[in-house]
Each structure stands twice: as structure tokens, then as C-alpha cells.
Design a protein around this ligand. Structure first.
Ligand SMILES: C[S@@+](CC[C@H](N)C(=O)[O-])C[C@H]1O[C@@H](n2cnc3c(N)ncnc32)[C@H](O)[C@@H]1O
Length: 783
């Protein structure tokens, strides 16, 4: 591995060592030592002397696995119940090689008991049948987004942000997105088991690293949201966006006002020494300049957040570093330049979380070997003028003289030995009372200040700090959770035309064009899919300048639409908005038939796409479901579900008679099937499950991808799908029925080029307008 440049951030800087490069079992405990680290943190007096050894011991022990049951609250609770009722009892009596293995336990501080922890060697996960089964369950549920594996401490910042569905939320440094997912879940607190709500709030998830924004998009596809936007900008210089002010009573066109946020998360790039238990490479490389070099970028990001906050808003500043230069020093400097802000005392929130107060005093150094540390900037300059002249250390790296008045003790420090976790830092900032409820006049003034304050980004973010993000890899290496993110990073940047300008590059994203609600393709799609008139067809967009429905349609909520329409996104790099809900179903044979039928019905319009068939995407179904005409939702039983899950293209003849009769009479194309709770030969479905299918003339296809199918099979039927169940690869030009039936069968089967899994590829010309998220996963909302 090359040398790490000082000041380079975890999560955005050079690639962090992959776990296997520093495997715990290959690194002796005696190698987990770094004299500079010990000298520095002893000088900072972060812990009483008597705790030092247990702190180091914890840092040298493997980190427990933690996971969070994700998704909307109702879904989460039902899945959690399955863990409590089925998995924990199964794992409670496991002995491996003579040793009793403890079952998973709930993290006591996480709301509703939805976060879990277990500490089991890999060998046990591989060899104990009970743990192996539990591990498979976790893997599948993670793949479909019902479980999110992330470091325990990394789950904290969103909790302290306290997001509600109407909030406008900004996640300044969001990739790879574990906290974004939590924020989205909070915005979607009103989702039901089968349907996604459309919150009135908004979440902008931003990251300056382009590739990492695609990880973020991929991750958040697991909780599809019309309220999500993803931007790719330098957070320290985030542009001021505009939205229309409240409509005036005179009925005149509303003036534009800056978009301010109720909640802002600054989970900034940091040196990451709180992740030592997982990123063992840090033992070798750690030195104090890692943090010194990041201070100024971290401060600029926090300062920018302060400018974009609503008067009564809240900011959470967090790092996975223990270094006060990246933590208390940043917070103190921001408070001193914004005297209307204060640290919020959150010591009584989440009372079972063990934490220590923020530091009031610390002693920075520019000396790599940590031979000396200094109480004040002045003593540093005096003791070592040449070092002082040659470093970027500023007075702001040191504690300010008013550290006590700033109540820096209200910051939270989490140390690994307190509750067997990683190390972390969290601070919660709000305006002081009196500033949080300004008069109308003050509000207007502060809004104007914000408006004047920044010009929108034009170019690719170029950062002035060494800590900037020039990562060439989208590998998740950011913080605790990051390294555990197990996603395919092949997000398709297909809506982007890259124009290299030689000076850092600039990008042109495909425009976001909202369709008129009378757009003939949209209305024909809505008709064919049998959506009710209340479907928010005002908020449907496509990704091309002409507003042609070439392939996919996305749904946003009203505030996202307003932001998109009132800002210049040829200048502000927006990489995603809303969620994809409909896609054109390719398959010439079907199209010809349908277009013929449309013509016969007098529906031929000559408009591209009007005769075409659209389907509701698996990932979009929970969003669209509340608008599907209830009488069009077909009910089916467990046996039908089993047939659909076990085979890719079951022939209609293979279904139960009652279902077969209904489907034979149904039109070709997309249908929505509801499976009510039920039991069948040991299989059990405890909640409604609603899934999209595609009906061809002779067969049906469940329109969810292989991972979702596997998770579903494991959850409902208690078994993984054998790989043979997933259909053999189709030969070029071969019909799906032929693949499924093993014959050269029905010539009029739909081709599902756009199923996009198991080697089924996209037609090249379709890729151009392909998705913001490269996945078509359904978040299965039932059990
Ligand atoms: C600690 S990680 C964030 C982890 C993320 N919040 C999560 O929970 O998955 C820091 C992120 O900051 C990004 N970053 C670095 N410099 C930035 C900047 N100037 N503006 C915005 N993002 C930046 C990095 O690309 C990295 O993804």
C-alpha cells in the first residue's frame, strides 16, 4: 500500500485498508500498538489513568457485529419480533467446540430495541448450523434493505437529529449512506407495512465524491423515497437553493426564498481513529497530523451548515475520531463565530448510552512523534517557531479561552471500552432561545443574508484542503458502518454526460423534466396501470431535456419538485431526485400486439410511448400502491406465491385453478398481487405481501430481483432458493417460456431485458436513460 497523505480523511480520502489486509487473526495484539497514539491521547487526558488499559484492551479486541432492523417503523417491528421470537431462542443454546456461544442482544439505548449486537467468531458463523442460518437471514434481509449492518456508534447522529416527516433535512457528507437511510426512515415514519407514505419533508443527501454518491443512491434505493434528492457538491461551499415563499394572499406569483433546513447532519470526513477496532491499519499509520489537516475543512462544513439552518433548526456534528482537534476545537470555533448558537444539553436523551463529556482542554501538536504537546497556540509558537511557521495549525486548533462558557462538556465522547463499541464524537447545536424564534423582520434578514451568501457551484467540487475527496474508489471506507456496506458499486452513471475540462472536470447531469399531468404517455400509463385519479401525476419526472418518456418515470413529492424547478441544476450537480416508479416494458412481441390493440381501440396517437406497456417497478410499488385501483389488486394464496418464487417464468397452467382462471382472463402486462397472511405446510406469511407481476400470454413473472426473491423464500418458506430455481441463462433470441419450460416454446412471450438480474442485460440503447439507482430491488414490506 502506498503511503497515506497526512490529513487525508477516512471516508473520502485514499482507500482505507480493506478488512482482510489487516485481519485481526493475522495481527498479534502486540502489533496493535502505536506510541504516538498513546502519547497523544494521554496528553489529551481523554480518560482517567485507571481506565487506560481497558480502553486499549477494547481497541485491540474485535468489534462486535451490530445491525439495525430498518425500514418503516411498522415493518421494522414485525421483523424485530421474528428475531426475538424465532432467532434468539434458536441461538440461545449453542455450544461450539465446547464453548457456549451467546445469542444476539439488543443495544439498550436504541429506540424500540431495533438494534442488535453479537460477537461470534467467523468460524462459528460458518460452522454452527444455528448461526449459519441466522447469518443467511441477515445477509438476505440486508440485501433487500430490511436490515442495515452498521457500527453501533454510527447509528447515533440520526437519533440525536430527531427528524420528523415534515422536516427539511440536509445530510452534508452522506456517502455511503448508512445515516441517510436512518434519516429517510424517520421521514417515512408514517409508512405502513405495504405502502410508502409521501412525506411533506425533504432529504438532500450530499457527498463531494461522485462515485460515492452512486453508492449512496444504491443504498437508498432500499427505501425508495419521493422525498430524496442526492447532490454531488463540496459541502463547505454548498450553494444556496431557492424555493417559492408561501403563496401571497394577493394571489401574485410567490417570490423565491432561500431553502433553509430544519435538520442538518454534518458527519464530516475525519481521521477515523475511532474505527481502529475494525480498520487495523490505523495502528501502523496513526499520527497527530491526520487530524490537524482536517480541522479547517470540518469547520468550513459546519459553518456552512449553520448558514443553511432554519432559525429553530438543529445541527448534529459528528466524527468517528477521538481527536479533540477534529471535535471540540471545530465546535468551539463555530460557536465563537456564531454567538447565537449553543451546544444542546442532551445528557438525558438515550439514558442507557454510556458516554463521557466533551473536553474543555486539549494539547495539539505538530510533532509527528508527539514528543511535545502545547497548552496554547502561543506556547507552541514560542517553543517551536520554525514548526509553527511550517504547519497549518492555527489558534483555532487549541481550546479557546472561553471553553467553559461554551459548555463544551455538552459534546459526547463515546469510548470503545464503555459499551464494547467503536469510538465516536457527537455534538448537537441549536440557536439560543431568543434567536430561535426571530421576528418576521429578522427572519427576512437572515434569509436574505443566506441568499447572498453563496453562489451556486458551477464546477466539480475542488477542495482546498489535503483532506479533500479524490478517492478513486467507491469502496465504502468511511466510518464504522462504511466498511460493512456490502453493495455492488456498479451504480450506473448513465444520466451523466462527462465533459472533461482539464481542470478537475465538470459534469452535465441529464435534466430533470417534469411531465405535464396531461402528458399522453403518462395518462396512458396511468390508465393501463389502473391508478386512481388522486395519483400525484403533477410530480412525475423524466431524465431528458425534451420531457420524452423514453423509458422510466420518477415520482417526487411537492417540495422536491419545487426545489428542482426553481434552481439551476445545470450549475448545481444533482445526481438523483425522487424515486423511479414506472418503466417501459420492452418486448417487441408484446408491444406489437398491444399497439395493434390500441390502434383498433382508436387509441393510436402517433406519440412515442403511448401504445407501449409500462410496469410498476418492484422498488416503486410501495410508493404507487396507495393509488392502485383497489378492485384491480388481485388476491392470491400461498401456493401461488410459492410457484412464483420458485420459478422465474411459471406457465399459467402451473398455478392453482382459481388463480389460473383469473389470470387467463386478465389483460397482458403488469398486475399487482396481494398475498394475505397465511400458513401452508410449515410456511408462514404473517402480514400482507404485495408484489408486482408481469403477465404474458402463457406465463407469469414475479417482477422482483433474485436477492429479493431469495430473502422472501427464506423468510416465508424457510429455505434458500437453489440456484437452479432462478432459470438458466437465456440463449440469444430465445423466449422466456422456452427457458422456463425447457422447450423452444411460445413465440409471444415478453422479453424481460429490463429485469436486470441473473445475467439478463439491458438493451444498450436503453441504458442511456437508465436509472438513478442501478438496482431494481423491492423492499419487501411484509413478512
Ligand atoms: C464519514 S464519511 C460519511 C459517512 C456517512 N455519513 C454515512 O453514514 O455513511 C465522510 C464523507 O464525506 C465526504 N466528503 C469529504 N469531503 C467532503 C466535502 N468537502 N463535501 C462533502 N462531502 C465530503 C466523503 O466523500 C465521505 O463520503
Amino acid at each position: 500500500m502506498g503511503k497515506k497523505k497526512r490529513g487525508q480523511a477516512r471516508g473520502g480520502g485514499k482507500r482505507a485498508p480493506k478488512k482482510d489486509e489487516y485481519r485481526t487473526d493475522l495481527l498479534e495484539k502486540s502489533d496493535m500498538n502505536n506510541e504516538r497514539f498513546a502519547a497523544y491521547y494521554k496528553a489529551q487526558n481523554i480518560l482517567p489513568e485507571e481506565e487506560w488499559e481497558s480502553f486499549l484492551d477494547a481497541l485491540r479486541s474485535p468489534l462486535p457485529t451490530t445491525f439495525r432492523v430498518a425500514g418503516s417503523r411498522l415493518t421494522a417491528q414485525s421483523l424485530n419480533k421474528a428475531i426475538i421470537d424465532t432467532h434468539v431462542p434458536m441461538l440461545s443454546d449453542v455450544t461450539f467446540e465446547g464453548q457456549k456461544i451467546p445469542p444476539p442482544v439488543q443495544l439498550p439505548w436504541y429506540p424500540d430495541g431495533l438494534a442488535w449486537q453479537f460477537n461470534v467468531p467467523k468460524k462459528v458463523l460458518r460452522k454452527s448450523p444455528e448461526f449459519k442460518k441466522f447469518h443467511s437471514f441477515l445477509v438476505f434481509e440486508t440485501e433487500v434493505g430490511n436490515v442495515s449492518r452498521s457500527e453501533a456508534v454510527s447509528m447515533l447522529p440520526p437519533l440525536f437529529l430527531d427528524v420528523e416527516p415534515h422536516h427539511r433535512v440536509m445530510d452534508m457528507c452522506a456517502a455511503p449512506g448508512s445515516k441517510t437511510a436512518q434519516l429517510l426512515e424517520a421521514l417515512h415514519a408514517q409508512d405502513t407495512l405495504t405502502a410508502t407514505s409521501i412525506p411533506s419533508g425533504l432529504l438532500i443527501a450530499n457527498d463531494s465524491d461522485y462515485k460515492r454518491t452512486h453508492l449512496l443512491i444504491h443504498q437508498s434505493a432500499r427505501l425508495p423515497s419521493p422525498a430524496l434528492m442526492v447532490t454531488n457538491l463540496d459541502a463547505s461551499n454548498y450553494p444556496s437553493m431557492k424555493i417559492p415563499a408561501e403563496p401571497s394572499s394577493s394571489g401574485s406569483k410567490p417570490r423565491l426564498t432561500p431553502l433553509l433546513f430544519d435538520r442538518i447532519l454534518c458527519d464530516v470526513p475525519c481521521s477515523g481513529d475511532g474505527t481502529l477496532r475494525k480498520n487495523l491499519g490505523i495502528w501502523k499509520t496513526w499520527q497527530p497530523n491526520d487530524g490537524n489537516g482536517l480541522h479547517s475543512l470540518q469547520l468550513r462544513i459546519l459553518q456552512r451548515a449553520i448558514k443553511m439552518l432554519k432559525p429553530d433548526g438543529r445541527i448534529v456534528y459528528s466524527t468517528c475520531s477521538l481527536n479533540p482537534v477534529e471535535n471540540e476545537a471545530v465546535v468551539a470555533a463555530a460557536l465563537n463565530t456564531n454567538p447565537d448558537f449553543q451546544l444542546v444539553d442532551v445528557s438525558s436523551s438515550f439514558p442507557s448510552l454510556k458516554r463521557r463529556p466533551g473536553l474543555i482542554a486539549w494539547r495539539p501538536t505538530a510533532d509527528k512523534a508527539v514528543k511535545a504537546t502545547y497548552e496554547t497556540h502561543a506556547t507552541f509558537v514560542e517553543a517551536d517557531p520554525s514548526a509553527a511557521a511550517n504547519t497549518k495549525l492555527t489558534e483555532g486548533h487549541w481550546p479557546p479561552s472561553n471553553a467553559t462558557e461554551l459548555h463544551l462538556e455538552r459534546c459526547m465522547r463515546i469510548y470503545p471500552h464503555l459499551q464494547d463499541s467503536g469510538g465516536f464524537f457527537v455534538a448537537v447545536l441549536e440557536r439560543k432561545p431568543g434567536f430561535s424564534n426571530p421576528s418576521k423582520k429578522e427572519k427576512k434578514r437572515s434569509a436574505e443574508e443566506v441568499a447572498d451568501d453563496r453562489e451556486p457551484e458551477v464546477k466539480k467540487p475542488r477542495l482546498r484542503d489535503d483532506a479533500s475527496t479524490n478517492a478513486s474508489t467507491p469502496q465504502a471506507d468511511a466510518d464504522g458502518d462504511a466498511a460493512m456496506v456490502d453493495v455492488d458499486a456498479k451504480a450506473e452513471p448513465s444520466e451523466v454526460t462527462e465533459v472533461k475540462d482539464g481542470g478537475g472536470g465538470s459534469f452535465k447531469e441529464m435534466p430533470y423534466t417534469f411531465l405535464s399531468k396531461d402528458d399522453p404517455t403518462l395518462t396512458s400509463c396511468i390508465d393501463r396501470l389502473h391508478l386512481v385519479p388522486s395519483f400525484p401525476s403533477d410530480n412525475v419526472l423524466v431524465r431528458n431535456p425534451e420531457g420524452d418518456v423514453v423509458r422510466s418515470m420518477y415520482l417526487t413529492n411537492s417540495i422536491v419538485k419545487s426545489v428542482v424547478q426553481n434552481n439551476d441544476f445545470t450549475r448545481i450537480r444533482l445526481t438523483a431526485a425522487g424515486t423511479k416508479v414506472f418503466t417501459r416494458q420492452e418486448g417487441a412481441k408484446v408491444h406489437e400486439k398491444l399497439e395493434d390493440a390500441t390502434k383498433k381501440e382508436g387509441g393510436a396517437s402517433g406519440i412515442p410511448g403511448v401504445g407501449a406497456q409500462y410496469r410498476i417497478l418492484g422498488e416503486g410499488l410501495p410508493v404507487v400502491l396507495p393509488y392502485v385501483e383497489p378492485s384491480r389488486i388481485i388476491e392470491a394464496g400461498m401456493q401461488t406465491l410459492k410457484t412464483l418464487v420458485e420459478s422465474y417464468y411459471p406457465l399459467l397452467d402451473s398455478f392453482e385453478e382459481s388463480f389460473k382462471i383469473i389470470m387467463e382472463g386478465a389483460e397482458l402486462g403488469c398486475h399487482v398481487i396481494r398475498f394475505p397472511p397465511g400458513e401452508m405446510q410449515g410456511a408462514s406469511l404473517s402480514h400482507d405481501l404485495v408484489l408486482p407481476v408481469w403477465k404474458s400470454s402463457a406465463s407469469m413473472t414475479l417482477m422482483i430481483d433474485k436477492k429479493a426473491k431469495n430473502a422472501l423464500s427464506l423468510r416465508v418458506f424457510g429455505k434458500e432458493l437453489p440456484s437452479t430455481a432462478n432459470a438458466r441463462p437465456r440463449k440469444k433470441g430465445e423466449s422466456l417460456a422456452a427457458v422456463d419450460a425447457g422447450t423452444d416454446g411460445a413465440p409471444d412471450e415478453v422479453k424481460v431485458e429490463d429485469l436486470r438480474d441473473d445475467g439478463v442485460t439491458e438493451a444498450a440503447d436503453e441504458v442511456k436513460e437508465e436509472s438513478q439507482s442501478d438496482t431494481e430491488e423491492i423492499v419487501i414490506k411484509g413478512l
